[in-house]
Design a binder for this molecule. Sequence first.
Ligand code: ADP
Ligand code: ZN
Length: 616
Amino acid sequence: MEQEVSVARAQQLLEPALNILRTVFGYEDFRGAQAEIILELIQGRSALVLMPTGGGKSLCYQIPSLLRPGVGIVISPLIALMQDQVDALRAAGVRAGFINSSLSNDDYQSVMRSLRRGELDLLYLAPERLNQAGTLELLAGLQIALFAIDEAHCVSQWGHDFRADYLLLSILHQRFPTIPRIALTATADAATREEIINRLELQDARHFVTGFDRPNIQYRITQKRNPRQQLLEFLRREHSGDAGIIYCLSRKKTEETAFWLEQQGFTALPYHAGLSSADRLRHQQRFLREDGVIVVATIAFGMGIDKPDVRFIVHLDLPKSIESYYQETGRAGRDGEPATAWMVYGLQDVIKLRQMMDESQGNEQFKRLERIRLDAMLGLCEITSCRRQSLRQYFGEEAPDRCDNCDACLNPAPTWDGTVAAQKALSCVYRTGQRFGVAYLIEVLSGLESERVLQNGHHNLSTFGIGRELDKSQWQSVFRQLVARGFLGVDHNSFGGLYLTARARPVLRGEETMRLREDVQEVTAKGTRQRNTDSGMLPEDRRLFEALRLCRKHLAEQFDVPPYVIFHDATLLDMVHLRPLNAQQLLSVNGVGQGKLAKYGDAFLRIINEHELDLV
Ligand code: ADP
Ligand code: ZN
């Protein structure tokens, strides 16, 4: 009975929220935990929200900000995106503004005026502002609906996106203990999660941890052979004309890769911390506003990139942890349409990262944690079972054995009994004194009487020439797997010299068998899902879709916003589907609310009506 009463009460409380969802944002129903989270906030309680990218976190604080008296304050480190976020809200008719260092004095004064008059529903605020004298007084003088702390993992010193400014956020719960706070993030392993809770004092808040799966992203990890050629094939076959991000480890490589892609006919721009801030901003803007731009970047790019139609993420170098990998790949396909996370990796990546980690500064505990994280990442690369299952389990989720949308499911790599090969490799490392790199070890195993082998007298070793049954690339594969799985360590004082770890002993003694993966040439993954914008569209639908896109492009230029601020692809596709001919019908299209109807409705209706006339 009590249960029923509370359900009825919850529905009653949610009624106005649902109304806003439909009329302002143009969506029919809440997704996942959105309703519960909103319910929590409108009742004045705080919440911690862990939701994957594209899960719909923004609405969780936007709607309560509209419902509660006062202005919702959104703390976000993504200064470059505030303008677009605010534009998108205004397009939907929400009274929003932002304060960060990019604001001109006039604009700043105008935001302040609106704030004081209570004319804003949402204010985006850069975290460093909390350090400035005026800001706290300003906040103290306002009626505040809630505080939303976006990208909350930035508060974690263990994490990879730590921002010192985020430590200032403790001011919020100390100074404003009665205002509800909502902390949101898409990445958080258990340790980071704990740190968020402690630093932001969210022990008593309800925690909403929703599934981390991104079913529309296809995960693929393949062996590095000729990375540029492999990349070119991947882009031409699967993503020509699409927007995407290519991650590399070094600044130099981002520049060289972007330059090379330009020569191959792509629009590709480099992005790294060494560029001037003007160049960085310009490249980011082009990525956001033009269609089909590729950004080749170091990890400096992309935090919170809100572009919904990023169709692919490429890793040309191995990320340092699964957290980084998942966050970076998570920037693909926010709109729910098919997207690809594609990575090439090889022996050199493993050796380089292992060395970097050993040399890195920091105390032993930090290094140990880094090593554990790298091991998990390497494990993901080498598994032959479903990648998605492994990713989800890493984040503490249950997952079925197969996802049918990763390379391991679509194009399984065969395994072979590599016990004897592993023994030969390990004992060759041992006999040569645990100080040589892979290339040399392979010479010895293959019985190559090279100058250096002869010089070292290693042609007399018992392991000389015992590995002729495998070719060079097969041996490289064996060594890669042995290093990746921690049977061999990499000496950072020599040039990639390998040594045996404690784990090697049982293998050498024949107490442990070992299955290795056979490196298969990547075929275009079978069953690669076609984007529904490309395939299965009738010619007249395609014509209409293109006309709607053109209309969107013109409006975007006119209002000086990215095209997706007007409407997402998914909304245009829905228009093609439903063919609305009047305002009422247009409202039933997903993503069309009252605000956008008033602003853009006529333009799109005109196109659809003209198109229908053409058909008769
Ligand atoms: P996140 O911040 O979690 O990455 P967003 O808040 O940007 O995700 O939302 C991702 C996409 O999903 C956006 O295009 C948003 O408009 C859409 N979306 C969010 N909630 C809903 C909903 N209830 N129904 C339909 N679309 C939604
Ligand atoms: Zn799978």
